[in-house]
Design a binder for this molecule. Structure first.
Ligand SMILES: Cc1cc2nc3c(=O)[nH]c(=O)nc-3n(C[C@H](O)[C@H](O)[C@H](O)COP(=O)(O)O)c2cc1C
Length: 369
């Protein structure tokens, strides 16, 4: 009898029931929704990014903009946000982490944290948060809007030297696994992930959102989302970013072999998740897909991923991981491969012709007697 496939996975010592995590953002904005996500079967939850002083975080309304399918306005292809990190008090978060871990000791809770470029601040947030019993950290070195104005987020993540240094500060005091979350708004995709690993990080998460302008309102001629007539470039996510995210995860997996990767960007189905895993991801994260489809979508995601495993006769995610990674090459090699394939086809064609000719000669010889 064939063994049933399983979605269990252990990453950096953390035991996930399945590889689907809710990504940092609205789906992990307080204890109530985090516990709801555990009840519904998510393998883990990366909370909305927190910092020591929430009073500095002031959000705007509106802060979302949608790129809709012109043929079906109900379908959202891309999603832009200018939302900042959590504006809820740090002490409230600490109390909630304790409560969540008390009620859900086996579910994986990852604290997404961000601080200013100060060693004491990073070490203080790590020490106070890990005392609550959370399972791991994700360092937000990647938020592309608002925070870079305070030299935080992507302002740090885009500079490999700062990434190495900040991760190093964190690793001096962290006693639990640490993932560094990367920005896609860089030229050299592998530089900061490599620096994070040199600094001691256990894993890399990618991608955060892509800097974007979602559109211009043609009635008012103002860019969107419009706040009192103005806007800032925001972070783009959702289905439209998936091809870009897949490329980033592939580059990171190739540049950092043996390092755990948590892949995200436009995951809406189990098949989307399987593609990230085939390109080297250990776990996958979902933000916009869960915001638009509801938390319950996890049931469908798990079923569809199991079907991909079954189709290939795999019983564990390890067998799928990285399967597509070896098939990237250079353009010159693609051309050479195509030439060889064409020549082999013509060769085979010639052989078939020769063979047909021989049969004809033999048949002719037989019938003429
Ligand atoms: C409204 C919104 C808020 C977000 N807030 C955070 C955040 O606080 N910290 C963070 O690391 N990423 C944040 N993200 C980025 C997501 O975690 C994720 O990296 C990105 O959206 C790509 O995944 P997706 O296409 O599944 O949304 C946010 C995304 C959205 C849409």
């Amino acid at each position: 009898m064939k063994a049933e496939p399983s979605l269990n996975i252990t990453v950096n010592g953390m035991e996930f029931d399945n590889p689907f995590l809710l990504a940092s953002g609205p789906p992990g904005t307080n204890a109530r929704v985090i516990m709801k996500s555990f009840d519904l079967g998510w393998g883990g939850n990366v909370c909305k990014t927190i910092s020591l002083d929430a009073s500095k975080v002031v959000n705007t309304n509106p802060r979302y903009g949608k790129l809709r399918d012109p043929d079906d306005r109900k379908k959202v292809m891309g999603f832009e946000n200018i939302e900042l990190i959590s504006d809820r008090p740090f002490d409230t978060w600490l109390e909630e982490f304790v409560e969540i871990k008390k009620r859900y000791p086996k579910h994986i809770l990852i604290a997404s944290i961000m601080e200013e470029y100060r060693k004491e601040a990073w070490q203080e947030i790590v020490e106070r948060v890990q005392a609550t019993g959370v399972d791991g950290f994700e360092l937000n070195l990647s938020c592309p809007h608002g925070l870079p104005e305070r030299k935080m987020g992507a302002a740090m993540g885009g500079d490999p030297d700062i990434v190495r240094e900040v991760v190093g500060w964190v690793m001096e005091v962290a006693k639990i696994p640490v993932w560094a979350k990367m920005t896609p708004n860089v030229g050299d995709v592998a530089a900061s992930p490599k620096a994070a690993i040199e600094g001691g990080a256990h894993g890399i998460s990618a991608i955060n959102t892509i800097l974007s302008v979602v559109g211009v309102d043609l009635k008012t001629l103002r860019p969107m989302p419009t706040v009192e007539g103005y806007t800032v470039p925001g972070g783009y996510s959702g289905q439209a970013v998936r091809p870009i995210a897949l490329r980033h995860v592939m580059e990171i997996a190739r540049a950092c072999p043996g390092v755990s990767v948590s892949g995200m960007g436009g995951i809406y189905s189990g098949g989307d998740a399987a593609q990230f895993i085939a390109l080297g991801a250990h776990t996958v994260q979902v933000c916009t897909g869960a915001m638009l489809q509801g938390y319950e979508v996890v049931k469908k995601l798990k079923q569809e991923l199991l079907e991909v495993l079954q189709e290939h006769g795999f019983t564990h995610l390890d067998q799928l991981r990285g399967k597509a990674l070896d098939y990237f090459t250079t353009h010159a090699d693609l051309v050479a491969r195509q030439r060889r394939a064409k020549a082999a086809k013509i060769g085979a064609g010639r052989d078939a012709e020769t063979w047909r000719g021989q049969i004809k000669e033999e048949t002719d010889a037989l019938t003429s007697n």
